[in-house]
Design a protein around this ligand. Structure first.
Ligand code: GUN
Length: 311
């Protein structure tokens, strides 16, 4: 008991008297990947199959190309099989439907992801709803979302799942805290709002979801113990919107033209990091924060999908 009291006191001391701590996606994602690699090794040594992720990429959007390439590379790193199925920007919906049906029926494929966004002429919802929920490692299928809302075991969308893994790794207290989510997308804002409000650890937050029609956004942000910025506007969250010692999670990854970079662009988060970081208790950098956790979480879901086949 004495040890627990000391530990709690020590954590509070750290938060109040120590400078901001970086939530390092490199360290945490590597720890998660090491764990997956070890589990995969034990799994295959026991005669079970190698986890297999299939990714569908339509068109040649620069950011999507980078994300999918990184997902494939990370599969290799942890000992998974991966397949990348590419389609031309102008491909028809029917071609995509056939590809998903084929992957649904392929016993070797454990996880299927369709990189978003899809070109405008394709009905994204229709495509996602076709994925077999047992292989829905992105957690975007209505069945997965419904189960997540009810707190039932399911695939949790990779970015919110990555955020939870990060909070867990740094043992950040969330219970009873006010979490303000900026953004209500199906991929990040809405699911993280649900996950943080659940009766779990991390969780038990009082959650406010803000969006483009929110009045007094600054006043609401100033009440937040935890802010998740997921709106996709570079450096939107300024220092005067953040309470002292808040926890700041930056989900933004926007490419901004930058002639000084070899690639011609810089990656910017949704948080004005240079000015916000000095006042908060914890903050995720961009790059090197949530983005890396998203991939680690996707690998976790793929391993689970494979493992479920033996249950
Ligand atoms: N586009 C942006 N984020 C994601 C993601 O997590 N999964 C997929 N499939 N597409 C995305």
């Amino acid at each position: 008991m004495k040890q627990i009291i000391f530990y709690v006191f020590f954590q509070e001391f750290l938060v109040y008297f120590c400078p901001m701590q970086l939530l390092d996606g490199k360290i945490v994602s590597q720890a998660v990947k090491n764990d997956i690699k070890e589990k995969t090794c034990l799994f295959t040594r026991a005669g079970k199959k190698t986890p297999h992720l299939a990714a569908i990429l339509v068109g040649s959007n620069g950011a999507s190309e980078t994300y999918v390439a990184s997902k494939v590379k990370n599969c290799e790193e942890v000992g998974f099989k991966s397949s990348l199925i590419r389609f031309d920007e102008n491909c028809g919906e029917a071609e995509l439907i056939t590809a998903i049906e084929k992957l649904n029926n392929d016993d070797d494929v454990d996880g299927i992801l369709v990189q978003l966004p899809l070109p405008k002429h394709i009905d994204e919802e229709k495509i996602i709803n076709l994925i077999n929920p047992d292989k829905d490692v992105d957690g975007f299928h209505p069945m997965s979302i419904g189960k997540m809302v009810q707190g039932l075991p399911t695939f949790i969308p990779a970015t919110p799942y990555g955020i939870l893994l990060m909070l867990e790794h740094y043992k950040i207290e969330t219970s009873g805290k006010h979490a303000v989510i900026i953004g209500r997308s199906n991929i990040v804002g809405r699911p993280i709002s649900i996950l943080l409000s659940r009766n779990t650890t991390p969780g038990n937050c009082t959650v406010t979801v803000c969006h483009s029609r929110t009045n007094n956004l600054k006043d609401i942000c100033l009440q937040a113990d935890i802010i998740v910025a997921a709106l996709g506007i570079p450096e939107f969250l300024k220092a005067d919107m953040v309470k002292d010692k808040a926890v700041v999670i930056d989900v933004g990854i926007t490419r901004v033209a930058d002639a000084s970079k070899k690639s011609g662009f810089a990656i910017k988060g949704d948080v004005d990091f240079a000015n916000v970081a000095p006042t908060c208790s914890y903050i995720t950098p961009v790059p090197g924060g949530v983005g890396l956790m998203t991939i680690a979480a996707l690998l976790m879901n793929t391993f689970t999908a494979c493992e479920n086949k033996y249950k």
